[in-house]
Design a protein around this ligand. Structure first.
Ligand code: KQY
Length: 371
């Protein structure tokens, strides 16, 4: 069965049954995270990353309940390091990317909880992916949905949560570089992908951007490039330096957004946020990562794929990255102007960046439900 007909066969599975994905700024029941431990991705035995994840968890836990999924090996350590208010649940994974391996939570019009369980292949499988195996990661979304007694919808396409952004009113933002990646979904057409986004997220307006932030090891997740900040309002990571590869990427994205409309047919409101001052992996940082043949190697001098767009929207607060670089202040001011009624909480995120992601990538919101 082709992917398109599979999607059709399952069309009754989510949107047609009344489930849609709420926007991230809608009220949350809580946030899911996964504890980092693999030493071939996180330097120095993952200890600096664990401290960074603790800081993110603590910042979010001040605004909504946080659950940390932790392996049996690391359970006692995580419990000791995390604030008591963070719920620690034993569960296995291959790494720590709750955005990508967790469910994209849905809500029914009657207030019940659902979620999409996207197949996961480590951002591109054996040909383009970042590690092998990924079977434990692929099982995470289903387990979380079972813990929450939510309706689970296993999707027919490999898509990660970081590869989509919704505004809760029918629009979904994606990048061609990820959604059309043949290492994820060979042979699947743009129309087939749109059908799945409509059937599983309740979208009716797919907005296609081109490439993601240069050097992004996911192939260009939209959550590192642009996000909705309100229905029909988009924040785009912006670069003014023509010598920087992100200059062309951000201009192409801007042009596409200016040609697009929201789900009501209105032009989008587009804001820009500066990209971070360029940052590079130091020799000391690179030397702290264990070299194995089952994960990617990171070399000293490699530019980090940093962005301020990769923040988490908690109940009443924005949990945003700071990198200790000159661009931090201007970027945090832009976030404050996008979310005037939220507290802007900044957390040092360089250690998360060294593992290949950022705050949005390590978090997954669960919407509030009432049934
Ligand atoms: O950015 C993300 N959503 C995940 C990045 C994964 C990097 C794995 N090393």
């Amino acid at each position: 069965m082709s992917t398109t007909s599979l999607a059709r066969a399952e069309a009754q599975s989510a949107a047609a049954r009344g489930f849609t994905m709420p926007a991230e700024w809608e009220a949350h029941a809580g946030c899911w995270m996964i504890w980092p431990e693999r030493t071939d991705n996180w330097r120095q035995g993952a200890k600096p990353a664990q401290a960074a994840f603790c800081a993110v968890a603590a910042a979010i836990a001040a605004h909504e309940p946080v659950t940390m999924l932790v392996s049996a090996r690391q359970y006692a350590n995580a419990r000791a390091l995390l604030p008591r208010g963070v719920r620690v649940v034993e569960g296995s994974s291959n790494d720590a990317w709750a955005r990508d391996v967790g469910p994209s939570f849905l809500r029914h019009a009657n207030g019940t909880l659902g979620g999409v369980d996207w197949p996961f292949n480590a951002w591109g499988g054996l040909r383009g992916g970042l590690y092998f195996p990924w079977d434990l990661d692929d099982a995470v979304a289903g387990k979380i949905l079972e813990i929450e007694r939510a309706h689970a919808f296993r999707a027919p396409l490999v898509i990660e949560g970081g590869a989509i952004h919704v505004d809760g009113q029918g629009s979904v933002l994606v990048t061609e570089s990820c959604l059309l990646d043949t290492n994820r979904n060979p042979g699947v057409t743009r129309a087939g992908i749109e059908l799945v986004l409509m059937d599983y997220l309740g979208a009716n307006n797919v907005i296609w951007l081109g490439d993601g932030v240069p050097g992004d090891e996911t192939g260009g997740h939209v959550d590192n490039l642009a996000c909705f900040t309100a229905p029909g309002e988009v924040l785009l990571s912006w670069c003014d330096d023509p010598a920087d590869p992100h200059h062309a990427v951000s201009r192409d994205a801007d042009a596409r957004l200016r040609a697009a409309f929201d789900a009501n047919g209105q032009p989008l409101k587009i804001r820009h946020i500066p990209m971070p001052t360029p940052m590079f992996i130091t020799a000391e940082e690179a030397a702290g990562i264990d070299v194995t043949d089952s994960a990617m190697n990171r070399a000293a001098g490699t530019r980090l794929a940093a962005s301020y767009v990769n923040f988490y929207i908690a109940n009443g607060a924005i949990i945003a990255a700071s990198f200790g670089v000159p661009s931090d202040v201007a970027a945090h001011n832009v976030l404050a102007s996008c979310f005037p009624s939220a507290a802007i909480i900044t957390v040092p995120a360089r250690e998360i960046l060294l593992g290949g992601g950022n705050i949005h990538c390590i978090t997954q919101q669960q919407p509030k439900t009432w049934a």
